[in-house]
Design a binder for this molecule. Structure first.
Ligand code: UTP
Length: 290
């Protein structure tokens, strides 16, 4: 029997330097893809997977913006109701999370993803938990985290989402040193963060979805820095291999790297075509640009 996962951590305290000046005043996760901010897709994916508690690792400025997005906006709701805009009212009310479902903690300095997750340790306590990086946007049915939950029920331990990347890009990802691989699920004897292509033990890379055993905090507590001088989550997960089962799941779906300009624009096209009320019109407009 595996412990059910009810908590998700959203590390959203990065600087978002690749999206300046858009990220000067707001978090990258509030940037919209089609008609919703990135963080909204992440919350929906977590809800679908059965998550009940949402822990945001952020800073005071972005906390205000995230809170405003997820709490009820009574004035807006009253205006929409008065004007008979029932569809819009439904969209707005569906974004509301209950106060007791939402927790905020601060990462005072962007010392790395591992450090951001460590900042959430008191809310996570001793339970296994999920981590979603909202800028890795995934189009999938069922959602990626739901697929991982099913794998976790089977294997327990740490489960991460993985995909093969071109070898020249291994220096952007955590890479598996593969032990066994059945084409869907891989186990690893080690993990290497951002290896140079010629040194990468494989091309199987971790993308922004994790289900982690709370033992990871014992390693994050040591605040060891790794690639890029940052406290890396991958290094802490690697340190638990042997004590905690580790599996990488090749999820069914398409990932968009919304931390990069091209990935973000591609996501807007893909989600725009899916979510637009007039996709044919959008498709024909897009053709003008290609
Ligand atoms: P990125 O590596 O994309 O970094 O972080 P970034 O700061 O957001 O963006 P760039 O590279 O400067 O453009 C991946 C995820 O980890 C979070 C980010 O907010 C993002 O969700 N993160 C990263 C933190 O919360 N804290 C950190 O110290 C680093």
């Amino acid at each position: 029997m595996t412990t059910p996962i009810t908590k998700v951590v959203f590390p959203v305290a990065g600087l978002g330097t690749r999206f300046l000046p858009a990220t000067k005043a707001i978090a990258k996760e509030m940037l919209p893809v089609a008609d919703q901010p990135l963080i909204q897709y992440a919350v929906q994916e977590a809800l679908e997977a059965g998550i009940e508690e949402f822990i945001f690792v952020t800073n005071p400025t972005n906390e205000r913006i995230l809170k405003a997005h997820f709490e009820a906006n009574e004035d807006l709701e009253a205006t929409l109701a008065e004007r008979g805009k029932t569809a819009e009212l439904k969209v707005v009310t569906e974004t509301t999370l209950a106060d007791n479902q939402v927790k905020f903690c601060y990462q005072d300095q962007p010392l790395g993803l591992g450090h951001a997750v460590w900042c959430a340790r008191e809310f996570v306590a001793h339970e296994p938990f999920a981590v979603i990086l909202p800028d890795d946007l995934i189009m999938a049915a069922p959602g990626c985290l739901k697929q991982m939950m099913d794998a976790h029920t089977k294997y327990g331990g740490n489960v991460v989402a993985v995909e093969d990347v071109p070898r020249e890009l291994t220096n952007r990802y955590g890479i598996l040193d593969v032990d066994q691989d059945d084409g869907k699920v891989a186990s690893a004897k080690g993990l290497v963060e951002k290896p140079a292509p010629e040194e990468a033990p494989s091309t199987l890379s971790i993308i922004g979805r994790y289900i982690l055993d709370a033992q990871v905090f014992a390693h994050l507590d040591k605040k060891m820095t790794g690639a890029g001088g940052e406290i890396q989550l991958t290094d802490a997960i690697a340190a638990t291999i042997g004590d905690v089962a580790f599996h990488g799941l090749r999820f069914d779906g398409q990932r968009f790297d919304c931390g990069s300009m091209n990935g973000f624009v591609e996501a807007n096209v893909a989600f725009g075509l899916k979510r637009s009320n007039h996709p044919d019109e959008l498709r024909s407009v897009l053709k003008n640009h290609i």
